[in-house]
Write a protein that binds this ligand. Sequence first.
Ligand SMILES: Nc1ncnc2c1ncn2[C@@H]1O[C@H](COP(=O)(O)OP(=O)(O)OP(=O)(O)O)[C@@H](O)[C@H]1O
Length: 256
Amino acid sequence: MIRFEGISKTFRGRDGAAVEALRDVSLEVKEGEFVAIVGASGCGKSTLLRLAAGLVPPSGGATLIDGSRVTTPRAETAMVFQAATLLPWADVLRNVTFPLRLMGRMASDTEERARKLLATAGLAGFESKLPRELSGGMQQRVAICRALLQDPRLLLMDEPFGALDALTREEMSIELLRLWAARKMGVLFVTHSIPEAVLLADRVVVMSPRPGRIVDVVQVDLSRPRSFDQEGSDEFQRCARRIRDHIFGERAARAA
Ligand SMILES: Nc1ncnc2c1ncn2[C@@H]1O[C@H](COP(=O)(O)OP(=O)(O)OP(=O)(O)O)[C@@H](O)[C@H]1O
């Protein structure tokens, strides 16, 4: 569905120096597939998502959705960031419907769908609350509902649980899997957590330190629905070890 073809991306810093963020990245995410991306800080993970969202152009190569080049944001994709980025003056319902209002895509059943989605995410009764009246985890759930209401074919998630405490993070992971299973959209999910990547994904893409290249793609053969009980399984351990070996093995080699 989305294909990165030989992507390279070089930024020019304010001092004029070139920063090569990505080098020759090729990757495909299929319809309904959950793909996680892990790698050292600064290896270009967010840049890859921003390319998919049409927020930045590549320096070389192409990002294609259904074979056509992504040059601007598209209705097929929605993005969730590490911070919930809610409008502080708008209540939960208006926050969730805001992008569709902005895009002129409100339909007669949009509010009803938003309420249902909020209920599924455990936020029934909070529709009229302002963001500051919610916990961090609840705010992030609102941000996820806001993205899902757009009914994207591809959901782009940039460390969406990074700012949450460990317990909320686990709860949100399972919640996300439930919502994803009900919709079967493609997901491209950036995380720093190897266990989170293995728990969630069909495939985990491992990137090298900058300039980011793909060093491995690990297929996770765990049954679905997933649960934390699977963390002790041989398959979970195998995947986690393989990813860890790449990340820490490369770091150790560079230090030597
Ligand atoms: N707009 C920009 N201008 C200049 N340099 C940039 C810009 N955006 C990203 N970079 C640089 O590109 C590299 C990759 O950044 P990116 O945010 O994609 O990495 P990341 O893997 O998501 O990092 P982290 O895990 O720390 O969030 C970094 O060195 C960053 O400083």
